[in-house]
Design a protein around this ligand. Structure first.
Ligand code: PRX
Length: 704
């Protein structure tokens, strides 16, 4: 794309027509009990107290050794927090709560089948299970400090147990979302160099017992192709003692955890005191090229940040019953199902299945039965629950004091249903903007101190100083009515440390764009580029518009277009592929694939199926395209780049804009007629996009 084209497309130059929404105020009852109700907190976290302000978060933890340097910037932008400090994450999440609340519930696991009893895991029990599995990993698995251990686990209590066990012995866990394919898991195993895979035989989803172990075999095969051999596969069993997978166990390689654990019954493992900067885990996320990005998170900084934000933003008290309905396979689950809530000693609910199983009343029955008072979910789930059961919440006697939303922008209309119907007008709503790379919230309202505004996440979180830059690094002022690239001017304790094995990519992707001086060790020269477009209202609240690069956010999960495209290209008949987002009522965004065929190959529905299938096996069901369009050619720039924004516009029935600079402008009309006629025939009728949606489609792929 030419410089002029890029400039013309830049979000930074486009006015945003955003209707201001009115404020909603927190109920007095909430304010009366809130962890952060004194506005003096803003002063404590003001820029003049940075970075020492974060001592307040770190002091929520138990340290074996206190740190001497709060923030070390000597190797900028590889920030080091709480240097000199030592601690153990599992001690902080479990051991230290035993004295006061040994038999308080740490986790309540809700199986998907409604007639199967819930499992209450007390802090004492979590301590025992974590120790036993830690002993198994160390003595049976041969896992040592700093080794990576990959998990491919669904929402079973074995997942947090496995995480805490790794943390106990100083191993780095790397959980791959259970819904991801075996191949995707294998790539992450290879990238991290894990020798152990922890998985399960099966789990329930939408009423079905899914065979999961078979993905382990695929994962190992893929890892082997990439040169990494896994020594042991540790298989938890969904029903202890009973194997629910069709694939055979491989002798000498695959082991049932419940069998092996017998040898470690009641064993205790001395927790390893880790340096604050030691990596705690990797969390893979999508970028714009195929190789997965393993975001490396620290022990001390990360844990301090999630504990602090859980306390002030989620208002978690030990006596609360907190339910975050995200998946632990995503960063939200790591930070706000496991580490944050457990660091604060509260009760965290884990639900195995889909929220609408067996019907849209399920979440509210769970809330009623357990007395959940803090609820955390994503806009895609809220939309789905509203569609399938708009009146359901009213039928159940639960009462939330606090609700969170995360993962993608929430439409004001959906926000209001969440607030009025799900929250019964009694709960505060906190819209939390952040990313896998960030560890914890970046933009959100402090629930007792800020009014809420539907569709806006609010100001920067405590100690976070965001700024919106235009393409040239000029500041877009609050209230200017223009969007730009949201950046964070300062480092914070939850920020990831690097991309595992790809330090240059870390600098290039997140810091190069607005870095003032590459040799500088002053944090002020290294703004963090989040890759999101945003607009800031006069009151300082940010409204996030979505990604400015080629990532498609499906139901709150980032999918790299390059990953989708390379998967499609493994189908023999395919010559070229392009992935674009289509606005989808339920999932927020869905994927559509455009493919062109190799010369001499004839179009057929089988090819469409093959593409959809390969994406499902390579990446996962969540990425399954809504449509696969076989087109005669792709619209291209003169330099041969596929103009994704043009086909994205076609998929969304929006304006394709100026195509006169393309190498093959005539193709645009052909594709439009073909695709839009087929869509109408399938009942996918055009609907008018909001100004923001139209803007998102127009800007799609503009960083090419
Ligand atoms: O575009 C933003 C969107 O999700 C992206 C981060 O995705 P991921 O790393 O998968 O993490 C999701 C959970 C933290 C962001 O770059 N996003 C996340 N939260 C919000 C959001 N967009 C608008 N409002 C939010 N609250």
């Amino acid at each position: 794309m030419s410089t002029e084209e890029r400039a013309a497309l830049s979000e930074a130059h486009i006015a945003v027509h955003w209707r201001e929404e009115g404020y909603y105020y927190p109920p007095a009852k909430f304010i009366g009990q809130a962890n952060a109700a004194d506005p003096a907190i803003f002063e404590r976290f003001s820029e003049e107290h940075f970075p020492e302000c974060f001592k307040e978060y770190a002091d929520l933890l138990a340290w074996d050794q206190y740190w001497h340097t709060t923030l070390d910037t000597t190797n900028a932008p590889f920030w080091k927090w709480f240097v000199g400090g030592r601690l153990n994450a599992s001690v902080n999440c479990v051991d230290r709560h035993l004295a006061a609340g040994r038999n308080r519930a740490a986790l309540i696991w809700v199986p998907e089948p409604e007639d199967e009893p819930m499992q209450v895991i007390t802090y004492q029990e979590l301590y025992r299970r974590g120790n036993e599995f830690a002993a198994l990993l160390r003595h049976f698995g041969g896992v040592e400090v700093g080794d990576r251990v990959t998990f491919h686990l669904p929402m079973v209590p074995d997942l947090p147990v496995s995480m805490l066990a790794c943390a106990r012995i100083g191993a780095i866990h790397s959980e791959v979302f259970g819904g991801f394919s075996g191949a995707a898991c294998g790539e992450r195993i290879a990238d991290s160099g894990s020798r152990i895979l922890v998985t399960t035989d099966a789990y329930y989803r939408n009423g079905e017992l899914i065979d999961h172990k078979l993905k382990a075999d695929q994962a190992l095969a893929r890892a082997r192709e990439l040169g990494v051999e896994v020594d042991k596969v540790l298989v938890w069993r969904r029903h202890r003692g009973e194997y629910c997978s069709k694939t055979p166990m491989v002798e000498g390689r695959d082991f049932f955890v419940d069998d092996v654990l017998r040898d470690f019954r009641d064993q205790l493992v001395e927790p390893v005191s880790m340096p604050a900067e030691a990596p705690l885990f990797l969390m893979y996320t999508s970028g714009t090229t195929g190789r997965p990005k393993g975001a490396q998170h620290s022990t001390g900084g990360y844990l301090a940040y999630v504990a602090g934000t859980s306390k002030y933003y989620q208002d978690i008290h030990p006596e609360d019953t907190y339910w975050c309905a995200a998946d632990i396979g995503w960063i939200t689950g790591h930070s706000y199902i496991v580490y944050g809530p457990l660091a604060l000693g509260t009760t965290s609910v884990i639900y195995e299945g889909v929220p609408t199983y067996p019907d849209a009343g399920r979440p509210w029955r769970i809330a009623e039965r357990l007395g959940v008072n803090i609820f955390h979910t994503a806009p895609t789930t809220i939309r789905m629950l509203r569609k399938l059961g708009p009146e359901e919440p009213k039928k159940y006697d639960y009462h939330f004091k606090h609700m969170t939303t995360v993962g993608e922008p929430i439409e004001p209309d959906v926000w209001r249903w969440y607030h009025d119907v799900v929250g019964k007008g009694e709960a505060v709503v906190v819209d939390t903007w952040w990313q896998t790379e960030n560890g914890g919230f970046l933009g959100a309202t402090l629930p007792a101190l800020h009014p809420m505004k539907p569709g806006s996440c609010g100001p920067g979180a405590l100690g976070i100083y965001p700024v919106i830059y235009d393409e040239d690094g000029g500041i877009v002022e609050a209230g200017a009515g223009r969007a730009g690239n949201i950046c964070i001017r300062n480092p914070w304790p939850g920020i990831f440390q690097t991309i595992w094995g790809q330090p240059e990519r870390y600098v290039d992707t997140y810091y190069a764009k607005y870095c003032r001086d590459r040799s500088s060790t002053d944090w002020r020269d290294w703004p963090y580029f989040a890759g999101d477009g945003a607009v800031q209202a006069a009151d300082g609240y940010f409204r996030i518009l979505g990604r400015v690069d080629d990532v498609i956010n499906v139901a709150g999960h980032r999918l790299g277009t390059k990953e989708l495209e390379s998967a499609s290209l493994t189908v023999d008949e395919i010559a070229e592929a392009a992935a674009v987002p289509v606005i989808d009522e339920l999932r927020g965004r869905a994927v559509e694939m455009y493919v062109s065929l190799k010369p001499g190959v004839r179009t057929s529905p089988e090819i469409e199926d093959k593409v959809a299938k390969v994406i499902e096996t390579e990446i996962g069901k969540i990425a399954r395209p809504k449509n696969v369009w076989i087109v005669p050619d792709m619209p291209k720039t003169r330099s041969g780049k596929i103009m994704r924004r043009v086909i994205a516009a076609i998929s969304n029935f929006s304006d394709v804009g100026d195509v006169s600079t393309l190498a093959n402008p005539e193709i645009v009309d052909d594709i439009r007629q073909q695709v839009q006629a087929a869509k109408m025939a399938r009942g996918e009728l055009p609907r008018s996009l909001t100004a923001e949606e139209a803007e998102e489609i127009r800007a799609f792929g503009h960083l090419e």
